[in-house]
Design a protein around this ligand. Structure first.
Ligand code: ADP
Ligand code: TRP
Length: 321
């Protein structure tokens, strides 16, 4: 079983990234062959600050390792270090119907949020399909927002297999229902591109500021409230121990939930939750040479796999003459 997923270095990683994707990847290390990578070519569709992209790429790598990804028990690399993926993207794009891409919500949402409507942004799902198919992944852990992109990857694989004969594994998404969409400060999906995130590795002051900025309604403390409709509760429940969560749930339902106190409690919970990772991360970021070495080794391993698939594809489509 091959499990694969990628994350964009398009800003600082946040708790939505952690619960939607990184945690599942880290927990799967011993159950399968694991492929984890930083998708910097995808990030180019929304980031034009070259320094920020380079810095955030290395930082995303440090984050993933600090949170528990062990590069000796998986293949961990930066997307652009395996250039075969862009060649496969081209080949796949020649059989990708435009209509399939036109239906993608993510493209429309991003353009509506002000990201330039470039050709790269439009064909983003084809590059993502190439990422997945190049390594013959069976399972792809992602948040719910990526479900449609997974369907595009499946459609492309099926179309290719039907036309050229069995070539690609048709991948399945793995979406954990209880954390499929972690809400942001404003209650929309938490996303780097919406500016509503809580970063995993904020310093104490910044963390408090973000948590205090979680939007809540104006109901008085004593009023009964629906916990499931409250984004403070929906974030709180990711970090609180079960017995405390039960108490807080009752405060919501029966009245007595004071948002200000719960926010302060959440700051402490978050701080403790990521404490070990934060300490590990400090050591990792102090040694960028080590990070680069890990990523270079990962890219070598990934490339070995990529070359096999691309060679197969060359034969299938008639590029071997
Ligand atoms: P962002 O939307 O912040 O730019 P990415 O697109 O890089 O995040 O997503 C990386 C991974 O994290 C994907 O698998 C995505 O589905 C997941 N993810 C991102 N935001 C959330 C969220 N709010 N809830 C659950 N999963 C999320
Ligand atoms: N599009 C994904 C996102 O924004 C990132 C991504 C790129 C990805 N390639 C992938 C996820 C391959 C899983 C598999 O989150």
């Amino acid at each position: 079983m091959k499990i694969l997923s990628g994350i964009q270095p398009s800003g600082k990683l946040h708790i939505g990234n952690y619960f939607g994707m990184m945690r599942a990847m880290i927990n799967n290390m011993d159950r399968s062959e694991l492929y984890a990578f930083i998708v910097n070519l995808h990030a180019l569709t929304s980031v034009s600050d070259s320094k920020a992209l380079a810095t955030d790429t290395l930082e995303a790598a440090a984050d993933f390792l600090a949170l528990g990804l062990d590069p000796d028990r998986c293949i961990f690399w930066v997307q652009s270090d395996v250039p075969e993926v862009t060649e496969l993207t081209w080949i796949l794009s020649t059989l990708t119907p435009i209509g399939l891409l036109e239906r993608c919500h993510s493209y429309k949402d991003k353009v509506a949020k002000g990201i330039a409507a470039s050709h790269g942004l439009f064909s983003y799902p084809v590059l993502m399909a190439a990422d997945i198919l190049l390594y013959q992944a069976d399972l792809v852990p992602v948040g719910k927002d990526q479900k449609q992109h997974l369907e595009v990857a499946r459609d492309i694989a099926i179309k290719f297999n039907n036309h050229y004969g069995e070539t690609f594994v048709v991948p399945e998404p793995a979406i954990e229902e209880n954390v499929a969409t972690v809400p942001g400060l404003d209650g929309q999906k938490m996303s780097k591109s919406y500016g509503n995130t809580i970063g995993i590795f904020l310093d104490a002051k910044a963390l408090k500021k973000r948590v205090m900025a979680i939007v809540t309604d104006a109901a008085p403390v004593e009023a009964p409230k629906d916990p499931d409709k409250c984004n403070l509760y929906n974030i709180f429940k990711l970090f609180a121990p079960a017995d405390r969560l039960k108490e807080v749930h009752e405060l919501y339902v029966n009245g007595g939930a004071a948002y200000g106190y719960l926010k302060l409690e959440l700051v402490d919970l978050l701080w403790e939750y990521f404490r070990p990772a934060r300490e590990k991360r400090e050591k990792l970021t102090a040694d960028p040479g080590y990070l680069r070495e890990v990523l270079a080794k990962g890219a070598d391993k990934a490339r070995e796999k990529a070359i096999v698939t691309l060679d197969l594809v060359h034969g299938k489509v008639g590029l071997k003459y």
